[in-house]
Write a protein that binds this ligand. Structure first.
Ligand code: ADP
Ligand code: MG
Length: 367
C-alpha cells in the first residue's frame, strides 16, 4: 500500500516535472541525440560507403562532370524566428535552401552534412520534429545524411552542407549571360515575401477579398511559400542538360538583387524587364491591385527560391518544352542588354530600377 502510494507520488512528481520542464537536449545529451539520429537513418548506400559513426564520412561517387558543394548557415533571430517557424518547417527549409542552390547549378543532390549549435533549452521533441522534416525532404530527393556536428552554444545555429553531382550536364554558372538573351523566371515572385509579412502580422488579408477566392487558403498558400519553398532540382537539371541555358541562379535575395548578381557575374551587362509579363500569383496580384504592396517590392522581397536564368531567343521552344515536362511555370520576363543597369518597361516607358532593388522604388516613380 505504502509502496503504491509512494510510487504514485514519485510518478506524479516526474510527470508534473516533465509537463513543466519537457526533456531538453541537455537531458538527452550530444551522444544520445547522435545515436538516435543514427538509428533513425537507413544504412549508408550507393555512393555513400560510410555515414555517421566514424571520424569522417566516406563518399565514393562517379564524379562525371564534377562535384558541387554548397553550405548555408541559419542563425536564430537573424534568419528565422521560432515564434512563427515550427521545428518541422525549419527542418524542411534548412535543407530546401541548400537544394535550391544545387538546383541553380543544374546538379543532382547526393549527401548532406548537418551541424547544430544548440542552446540547452532546445527540447528533445523539437529536435525530433526538426530531424523528421529534414530527413523526409532528404529522402524525397534521394539525399543521404552523411554526418555533421552537434555542439552546445548560447544561440541556435544550423549549418547545412550539401554535396551533389553535375551528372545531368555541365554546371550552369551565373556568368554566362550574353546580350540579347531572354530572361526567365520560374514560379511567381514575391509570394514568400507576402507570406512572411502575413506571418509577422505586418500585412493582413483584408475582409473584402471580393471574388478573390478562399481567403484563408490564399493566406496559407503565401505562408507556405515562405516556410516551405519548393527546390527546383528537376527543373535545374533539365535546363542544364538541355544546354540551352547560358546563366542561372536561385533567387534568395529577391529578383532584382539576384538579377544584379547575374549581370555583374556576366561582365557588367544590363537587363530590361517587361512589367506586363511579370508572373505574379493570383494572391500576389490581389495585394498589388488593392494597393497593399508595390510590385517592385515583390521583386525585391527575397526568399523566392525560384530559378532566374537566361537563354538565347532560339531556345524558346526548348524552354517551353522543359516547362511542360516539369510542370513548373516558366515565364520570359525580359532580356539582357549591353548597357548596365536594370530597367522596367512599363506602359511604353523605360524606367530604371533602384540600385538595390529594395523598397527604393523606381528612381523616377512620379513620371
Ligand atoms: P568527432 O568527435 O570524431 O568529430 P562527433 O562525436 O562529433 O565525432 O560525431 C560522431 C559522428 O556523428 C560523426 O560521424 C558525425 O559526422 C556525426 N554527427 C554528429 N552530429 C551530427 C549531426 N548533427 N548530424 C549528422 N551527423 C552528426
Ligand atoms: Mg565532432
Amino acid at each position: 500500500m505504502f509502496g503504491v502510494t509512494r510510487f504514485n507520488l514519485i510518478f506524479d512528481i516526474v510527470a508534473t516535472n516533465q509537463l513543466k520542464n519537457p526533456l531538453t537536449i541537455a537531458d538527452w545529451g550530444e551522444f544520445g541525440f547522435i545515436e538516435a539520429l543514427k538509428q533513425r537513418l537507413p544504412k549508408a548506400s550507393g555512393d555513400l560507403k560510410l555515414g555517421i559513426g566514424d571520424d569522417a564520412a566516406w563518399w565514393s561517387p562517379d564524379v562525371g562532370n564534377g562535384i558541387l558543394t554548397t553550405t548555408d548557415m541559419l542563425v536564430e533571430g537573424v534568419h528565422f524566428d521560432l515564434s512563427y517557424t515550427s521545428a518541422a518547417d525549419l527542418g524542411y527549409k534548412s535543407l530546401a535552401v541548400n537544394l535550391s542552390d544545387l538546383a541553380a547549378m543544374g546538379a543532382q543532390p547526393s549527401t548532406v552534412y548537418l551541424s547544430l549549435a544548440l542552446p540547452a533549452r532546445i527540447e528533445k521533441a523539437w529536435l525530433e520534429n526538426y530531424v523528421e522534416a529534414f530527413l523526409e525532404l532528404a529522402q524525397a530527393y534521394g539525399v543521404q545524411l552523411a554526418g555533421g556536428d552537434t555542439v552546445k552554444a548560447d544561440q541556435l545555429v544550423i549549418s547545412v552542407t550539401l554535396c551533389g553531382l553535375a551528372d545531368a550536364g555541365k554546371p550552369v554558372l551565373r556568368s554566362g549571360a550574353a546580350v540579347g538573351d531572354d530572361l526567365y523566371f520560374s514560379g511567381s515572385p514575391g509570394d514568400s515575401y507576402l507570406g512572411l509579412q502575413l506571418l509577422l502580422g505586418r500585412l493582413h488579408v483584408p475582409e473584402d477579398f471580393g471574388d478573390f477566392g478562399d481567403l484563408n487558403q490564399s493566406a496559407a498558400f503565401l505562408q507556405m511559400r515562405h516556410l516551405r519553398p519548393s527546390p527546383r532540382i528537376e527543373l535545374g537539371a533539365m535546363l542544364a542538360a538541355s544546354g540551352a541555358v547560358t546563366a542561372m541562379l536561385d533567387v534568395s535575395d529577391g529578383v532584382i538583387a539576384d538579377l544584379g548578381h547575374l549581370l555583374t557575374a556576366s561582365g557588367g551587362l544590363g537587363a530590361e524587364i517587361e512589367a506586363c509579363r511579370l508572373p505574379f500569383s493570383v494572391a500576389g496580384r490581389y495585394f498589388i491591385d488593392a494597393d497593399l504592396v508595390d510590385y517592385v517590392t515583390l521583386l525585391s522581397g527575397g526568399e523566392d527560391y525560384e530559378l532566374l536564368f537566361t537563354a538565347s531567343p532560339e531556345q524558346r521552344l526548348e524552354i517551353e518544352t522543359i516547362a511542360a515536362e516539369t510542370a513548373v511555370d516558366l515565364t520570359r520576363i525580359g532580356r539582357i542588354t549591353a548597357p548596365a543597369g536594370i530597367f522596367m518597361l512599363v506602359d511604353g516607358s523605360r524606367k530604371p530600377v533602384g540600385e538595390r532593388g529594395g523598397y527604393d522604388h523606381f528612381q523616377d516613380q512620379s513620371s
